[in-house]
Structures are given as structure tokens and as C-alpha cells.
Write a protein that binds this ligand. Structure first.
Ligand SMILES: Nc1ncnc2c1ncn2[C@@H]1O[C@H](COP(=O)(O)OP(=O)(O)O)[C@@H](O)[C@H]1O
Ligand SMILES: [Mg+2]
Length: 316
């Protein structure tokens, strides 16, 4: 019998980010899995009623499954700290640096991981210095193809692959639609994988490596959340030493970023078998098509039991 059975768990899902729908699906999935373990669960949205609800009826633990800001940037978790409510997942400071892709890349590069060469461009700098001149210099420095993305985002929203100079300006605009700062980085060709990390008795363990093969070639929003639009292989069809390297990279990222309980590293493994770090997620997607639950199942674990154990850890 777990402690999680004794109290009420609140799953936070929804929120006002562009990943609201994904979050609602993640929340529903995890709530259902916890209920199957006999745990009393409520799913609450992040809105004006939340504070009053948490104060009036204090849950024993909160499971934030909010994607995008302010769930992944640590803001909501900071409020849970103020309320003295335990929650599953990383603390606000670690969330803040993980959610900011260039900050996270610098931290994991310092820990020895390979990260694509990149340039960070604010929309204001871009305008003040003149878009054409800046883009010409960026392309001369990094070469083509490139990937442009918002520094703080998720689900590939605002992410473009740029294969010709002519595509670069529109890609910048697409990224700026999701935030004031964009990162332009070298495109890494190879096998895309997602590696979940799960702490078991406080020790981070890498889950089986999930290989992602989108039908359309790019793992965009549609490829992620449309059933059948992407093929997944668990474990990834890579040699054992490469799988081990990807797992080690995810664990290095988890530790270097100071993450807690669970995380997911998005990597591309190049033709030499080297894993390149793209980003780390503090609130991995938990939808029917998300990679983290697939990795949990491939490890022979049950999602409800996994989350219940993290709830117990958070409460203690
Ligand atoms: N440097 C890169 N090289 C090749 N593909 C990339 C690169 N960066 C991102 N991608 C592709 O874009 C997708 C989204 O990028 P990612 O950095 O994971 O941001 P997010 O998932 O937060 O939107 C990745 O899953 C991958 O398919
Ligand atoms: Mg990603």
C-alpha cells in the first residue's frame, strides 16, 4: 500500500499555452492511470479558480502536466512551493533553465554533450541590425541546412527546417510568432530518438530509447498527435553501444540540468553514432502517441505505478 492511496492527488492540465490541448490529453491519461491504482485524483486547469481550490481543499500532492510556459518554465511550480504543496517533477529553477533551449544547451555542453552550433537572435536585434545582413552572416557562419525554433516552446510549434537561403526569413518569422527570441542551429541529420529518464528510489535511470520516424519526414505537431502519422520503434533500431550512448546522454542532461523525478531528452544520433542534444523536457508528453509512456511500457513498468511512486517520493 502506497502513501499515494491515502490522500488526494491533483493533476494540473490545460493552461493557456499553445500546447493546451496536448496538456489536457496528457493529464487525462495520467489521471486515468493513477485511478487504476486506486488513487483519488482530480484534474484541475490553471485558471482563476485554481488558487482558491488548492487552498480550500489541499491535495496531498500535485502532478503538473502543463506543457509550455508557465508549466514548464517553473512559474506554476513556484506558486506550489509558496503554497507548501508537494509536486512531482523538477523544481522551478531547473525548469527555467531547461525550458530555455540555449541555456539548457550551454549547460549540457559544459557537461560534455554534443550540441548543434547555434546563434540566438532576439526579434529586436534582428530589426535593429537589419534582417538581411544578420541572416547573411548567420548563414555564412553556420551553413545550410539549418533549424530555426523559438527558444522557449514545445511540440515543434514555430520550428522550421531551412534548406535554402530563401526559406530563412519566413522561418525566423514563424519562430518569432511564438516568442521574442529564436535560435538558429545546424541541422543534424540522423536518427531522431527520445530518451525518458525516470528516478527510481532517487536514482535516475534511462528508459528504453524510442526511435521516431515521422511519415512526412519531420516530427511536427501533426506527426506527434495524429495516431499513425509517426512510426515508433522501442528500443530504437540502433547498435547496443549507440543505445547506451543515447541513454548516457539523457542521464547526463538530467543531472547537468538538476532535474528531478522524470524528464525526457530529445536527441538526434548521427551516422557516426554520436548523440546530439536538442532539448530536455521537464513535463514530457503523456498522450496516447507520446514517447514517454511508450518507453515506460517497454521497460515493463506501468504508468500508474510509476507516477504513484513519484507522488510518494514528492510527499516524503
Ligand atoms: N538541430 C536540429 N537538427 C535536426 N532536426 C532538429 C533540430 N532541432 C530540432 N529538430 C527537429 O525539430 C523537432 C522539435 O525540436 P525540439 O528542439 O525538440 O523542440 P520542441 O520539441 O520543444 O518543439 C525535433 O523533434 C526534431 O525533429
Ligand atoms: Mg522536443
Amino acid at each position: 500500500m502506497t502513501n499515494a492511496l491515502d490522500g488526494r492527488v491533483v493533476v494540473l492540465a490545460g493552461g493557456l499555452s499553445s500546447e493546451r490541448d496536448v496538456s489536457i490529453r496528457s493529464g487525462r491519461r495520467v489521471a486515468e492511470a493513477l485511478r487504476q491504482e486506486g488513487i483519488n485524483v482530480d484534474v484541475l486547469d490553471v485558471d482563476a479558480a485554481l488558487m482558491a481550490s488548492l487552498a480550500a481543499d489541499r491535495p496531498s500532492c500535485v502532478v503538473p502536466l502543463l506543457h509550455g510556459a508557465p508549466g514548464e518554465d517553473g512559474a506554476v511550480r513556484g506558486v506550489l512551493d509558496v503554497l507548501g504543496l508537494p509536486y512531482v517533477g523538477s523544481l522551478p529553477v531547473a525548469c527555467r533553465s531547461s525550458y530555455d533551449k540555449p541555456v539548457a544547451s550551454a549547460a549540457v555542453a559544459a557537461a560534455g554533450l554534443h550540441v548543434p552550433a547555434s546563434v540566438v537572435l532576439a526579434a529586436t536585434t534582428f530589426r535593429e541590425l537589419g534582417a538581411a545582413a544578420v541572416l547573411e552572416a548567420v548563414e555564412a557562419s553556420l551553413g545550410l541546412p539549418l533549424v530555426v525554433k523559438p527558444t522557449r516552446g514545445g511540440s515543434s510549434l514555430g520550428v522550421s527546417v531551412v534548406r535554402t537561403s530563401a526559406e530563412l526569413p519566413a522561418a525566423m518569422m514563424a519562430a518569432f510568432a511564438y516568442g521574442d527570441i529564436a535560435v538558429v542551429e545546424r541541422f543534424v541529420a540522423g536518427t531522431e530518438v527520445a530518451v525518458g529518464v525516470l528516478e527510481q528510489d532517487g536514482v535516475p535511470v534511462a528508459l528504453p530509447v524510442v526511435e521516431i520516424v515521422p511519415d512526412g519526414g519531420f516530427y511536427d505537431y501533426g506527426a506527434r498527435y495524429t495516431a499513425g502519422a509517426t512510426e515508433f520503434f522501442v528500443p530504437a533500431r540502433l547498435p547496443q553501444d549507440v543505445l547506451d550512448a543515447a541513454a548516457a546522454a539523457a542521464l547526463t542532461a538530467h543531472r547537468a540540468l538538476g532535474l528531478r523525478h522524470w524528464s525526457r531528452a530529445d536527441l538526434i544520433v548521427d551516422a557516426d553514432g554520436t548523440p546530439w542534444f536538442l532539448e530536455a523536457n521537464v513535463a514530457p508528453g503523456m498522450t496516447e502517441t507520446s514517447t514517454y509512456p511508450q518507453a515506460v511500457a517497454a521497460a515493463g513498468l506501468e504508468l500508474g505505478k510509476v507516477v504513484a511512486a513519484l507522488v510518494d517520493d514528492a510527499v516524503s
